[in-house]
Design a protein around this ligand. Sequence first.
Ligand SMILES: [Zn+2]
Length: 350
Amino acid sequence: MFRKVTASLLIIVLCLALISGCAGESAEAKPEEKAPAESNTQETDEIAAEDEPLPDTSLPVEINEGTNSVSYPYIIRTDFATWYISKADMELMGEKEYFSGLEGIIGLADEDFAEAQEVFEGYLNEPVPPVDIYTDFSAKTEVAHSGRPLGAIYRMSDRRIFLYRSWMQASFSLLHEYIHYLSITCADLGLESGFWAEGIAEYVSIFVCKNRLIRSINFSLGEEDVAFYATKGVCNEDGSFEPKKYYYGYSARMHIEENIGEEYFSVTGYTMTLRDSQQQHPLMSSVSYFEAASFLEYLVENYGKDTVFSHLDAKQEDFESVYGKDFGTLFLEWAKYDLELCETLGIKLN
Ligand SMILES: [Zn+2]
């Protein structure tokens, strides 16, 4: 079913690769750099801000009085986020198109963020500060991309989400990145491994939350792709693409012998080749994003949310003491269940 690599599917794969970037970064936190309004602000910015009218948008735009006002002259505050408006992106897209895109997603983002906070209720260090979100569609900020085709990242060092490429990409990636912010920075869950960091971000954003953002763009798929996946049993009765079924199907493929040799993105952020050793003796570090998300759903359903959320620091050797079974046994038990689930749901794997 996933052999048909269309342009839109490619976007999905790249996004999933890119989000791994956040897990691999140092967990070392740097104090938030919010400079006083009067300090370090360059004279030219002050003149520009006073002389130029605010952008023509219904959104509550404010002048950015921080030290990064050259690149980000405006900010927009919502209940859950502070959006930094990129000067280069406004020039790249045109001011009207830039704000039109943001107007389309900013409300959905707040609704999604609110829902995500509810999922982590009881685990968050209150109050949760609004997250800083920067657009960098023009790739002109200081963020090091390591040459990878990133779509978005959550940068732990300064607690910022960076959105690359486009507003559609933003809709695709934003909730995942926000869950990194919640689960890594706003809670003490001990998230260090890519398996748990990416697993929880994928599980909560795709399996638990409604994810209004990603549904608003139909998972970034075109009509032709959705029609194709409908023939593979990956759509809902109303014809809409169902991300959960896609995850179940992709995961199941990882456990079929004939797919050995296929490439996939692992939770540790690397492109890997599927080996029979991973199918027979799975390692946490070699699991795909799709498997991690589906496996977490299985854990929560069978062992309870509290058990899983309280042990997001578990290493492979810790599974026996937490779940009563070693990782390999439990993972293969889930894989068997997943294959059966696909058959029950009518998801075609080839
Ligand atoms: Zn991620």
